[in-house]
Ligand binder design. Structure first.
Ligand SMILES: CC(C)(COP(=O)(O)OP(=O)(O)OC[C@H]1O[C@@H](n2cnc3c(N)ncnc32)[C@H](O)[C@@H]1OP(=O)(O)O)[C@@H](O)C(=O)NCCC(=O)NCCS
Length: 173
């Protein structure tokens, strides 16, 4: 599996990937029409400027992506020790084939090795996404609370969002 850091010219590859991922209900918290160039450009720019972004390349097509993961500093001085707004998306045809686990493993190793100013990586996941929660726990993320009624599913059901955090063992206070 070929994984590299993201680059400014990945913009349209990421848009294409996210649109495919958003077609499947119960995955990322965005509808397909909410995957706009503005949305992707915003997180791509922030991840390149103050965070970390990884992309997984299609095995047969170097111009297409099968996975992407990013997080970045929220922007305020008091949050400068955090990587937040973490999002991971794996192409539906490649889910369950270790792309996500590989992206996360490399991401957290990279933070531990080269981002010792980062004390914590944060993410938020829907309570009903039990597989995702178990996956993040297996990587060392801990549940940090419960945000009641934060998500409204396409079926009109309200669900809690679960904030989770991973602490950098090499954080330099
Ligand atoms: C969740 C996701 C990132 C996992 O990546 P993946 O490449 O499919 O998963 P992997 O093959 O690396 O397996 C990692 C774990 O993810 C879980 N997983 C696999 N497919 C999944 C899916 N479609 N949805 C949720 N979790 C899934 C498995 O339990 C697996 O655990 P295991 O390693 O103990 O078997 C990916 O399936 C995805 O992008 N799903 C849609 C978007 C989404 O749910 N994003 C997360 C929102 S918080």
């Amino acid at each position: 599996m070929h994984i590299r850091t993201g680059a400014p010219d990945d913009l349209h590859r990421i848009i294409k990937l996210y649109k495919e991922v958003a077609k499947v209900k119960g995955g990322i918290a965005r509808l397909e029409q909410e995957i706009t160039e503005e949305y992707v450009q915003n997180f791509l720019s922030k991840s390149l400027a103050s965070g970390l972004i990884l992309v997984a390349i299609h095995p047969d097509d170097p111009d297409s992506l099968i996975g992407e993961m990013h997080a970045y500093k929220p922007g305020l001085h008091v949050f400068n020790h955090l990587f937040s707004d973490l999002t991971i998306a794996v192409h539906p045809d490649f889910q369950g084939r270790k792309v996500g686990r590989t992206l996360f493993t490399i991401f957290l190793e990279e933070v531990a090795r080269h981002h010792t100013d980062i004390g914590k990586v944060e993410l938020i996941t829907r309570e009903g996404n039990h597989r995702a929660i178990a996956f993040y726990q297996s990587l060392g993320f801990k549940i940090e609370g419960r945000m009641e009624m934060r998500i409204k599913t396409p079926e009109g059901i309200y669900e809690a969002d679960i904030p989770m955090g991973w602490q950098n063992p090499n954080f330099e206070f």
